[in-house]
Design a protein around this ligand. Structure first.
Ligand SMILES: [Fe+2]
Length: 392
């Protein structure tokens, strides 16, 4: 790994939750942490799947053992509509909750962030879509991820659906940062293998996009390359044997490192081109990113041969006697093999998408052109079309 950061004249920022606790059984600390934040009545924001999996019981026990009363708001659904967030916030406000505990995958943690700020700030959550429009810190907030993917527990963003406009809206605010993120691999062992694969690859995309981004920082570089190695090493094992706690620990760690990395370094064209697959074909966020990842890497790699070579290296590829160009190409091979190992097809026809849909895909991809700015290689409309074509 290179030990000197190139763009030293650029000022870099790094943001994170106030505290991150990680370890097997760490969720048992939630009661003590809530009490330390002054919480007396905690609203647990989650979804029905998490409740059904029995993941809330231990958390409630921990809270109640510290004399923190609890209530559960479990109406979160995937890509949470703004009205659900407003509903959670209303309950928090009207029933006197003084701390928010988010438990779940990206959608539940995002809804928890929204409920926290909207319990204090006036109006509707959609009023705050955009960059730094939230004026007041919300209720204290603890976030516990149950997937090894989105990294939402460590980021300052949340995504919601604007149902009236049928689009996703994003709220960027430092008030979305958790007071405490608690990362407990035991919360992730019951994840079905397909969710393990999709969310694990989402984390890999975060790490790779942050690493090759033109906005990469010394912080994002260190975190991203570590996350890439951890995911390559541990995702197949976590996928193959869900109860393997060591693999789950490493995936949970990697997802958080990748989240911190993209918070500092940004994302790129994989997220840009995947977006339309999620909205038009109702694929999970992780799956749509997984499909686009190797195709975008193949296109991008000449934009930063050094870094793609480092990715290959981190994923265990041998570089002996090879040029940087050849090693960079091996990063794409390594990702293709990893996707095959976790049974993810990277071909759009396997998802019922036909060649005739290409113009629709290109149009959708071009709408996300803001994500092409940090991408290591420029993209024209023709390039976007070529990348989607590779996926057929
Ligand atoms: Fe993502």
């Amino acid at each position: 790994m290179k030990n000197s950061f190139y763009a030293q004249d650029r000022i870099s920022n790094f943001l994170s939750p106030n505290k991150i606790s990680i370890g097997t059984g760490a969720a048992k600390q939630v009661g003590i942490e809530s009490k330390a934040l002054g919480g007396k009545k905690a609203l647990i924001v989650t979804d029905p799947g998490v409740v059904k999996a029995g993941l809330i019981d231990g958390i409630q026990e921990s809270l109640e053992s510290e004399k923190v009363r609890t209530g559960i708001f479990d109406r979160v659904i995937a890509e949470p509509p703004a009205r659900i967030i407003d509903e959670g916030a209303k309950i928090a406000r009207e029933q006197g909750y003084d701390i928010i505990i988010g438990v779940g995958g990206g959608s539940s943690l995002d809804a928890a962030k929204g409920a926290s700020i909207m319990a204090i700030n006036k109006g509707k959550v959609l009023d705050y879509a955009g960059m730094d429009l939230v004026t007041k810190k919300g209720l204290p907030m603890i976030l516990l991820p149950t997937t090894g993917g989105t990294g939402s527990e460590v980021t300052r963003v949340f995504v919601m659906t604007d149902e009236a406009e049928n689009t996703k809206k994003v709220v960027y605010s430092n008030f979305n940062l958790a007071d405490v993120a608690i990362i407990d691999p035991l919360l992730t062992v019951s994840m079905p293998s397909v969710v393990t694969a999709d969310t694990g690859i989402d984390a890999l995309v975060h790490a790779i996009e942050a690493y090759v981004s033109v906005n990469a920082t010394p912080f994002s570089d260190i975190l991203a390359i570590e996350a890439i190695g951890l995911i390559a090493q541990n995702l197949p094992a976590a996928y193959a044997k869900g109860g393997k706690v060591e693999a789950r620990y490493n995936m949970a760690l990697a997802a958080s490192l990748a989240g911190l990395a993209f918070m500092s370094g940004g994302l790129g064209a994989v997220h840009g081109l995947a977006y339309v697959l999620g909205t038009q074909y109702h694929m999970s966020h992780g799956r749509s990113n997984a499909i686009m990842l190797p195709h975008v890497m193949d296109y991008n790699r000449i934009g930063n041969l050094d870094k793609y070579a480092q990715i290959a290296n981190a994923m265990g590829e041998d570089k002996q006697g090879l040029s940087n160009y050849e090693v960079a190409g091996k990063s794409v091979d390594a990702v293709r093999r990893l996707l095959a190992a976790v049974n993810i097809s990277i071909h759009l026809p396997d998802y019922g998408i036909r060649k005739g849909d290409l113009p629709k895909l290109v149009e959708g991809g071009m709408k996300q052109a803001r994500l092409f700015v940090p991408n290591p290689r420029d993209l024209t409309k023709e390039d976007v079309e070529r990348i989607y074509e590779m996926a057929f």
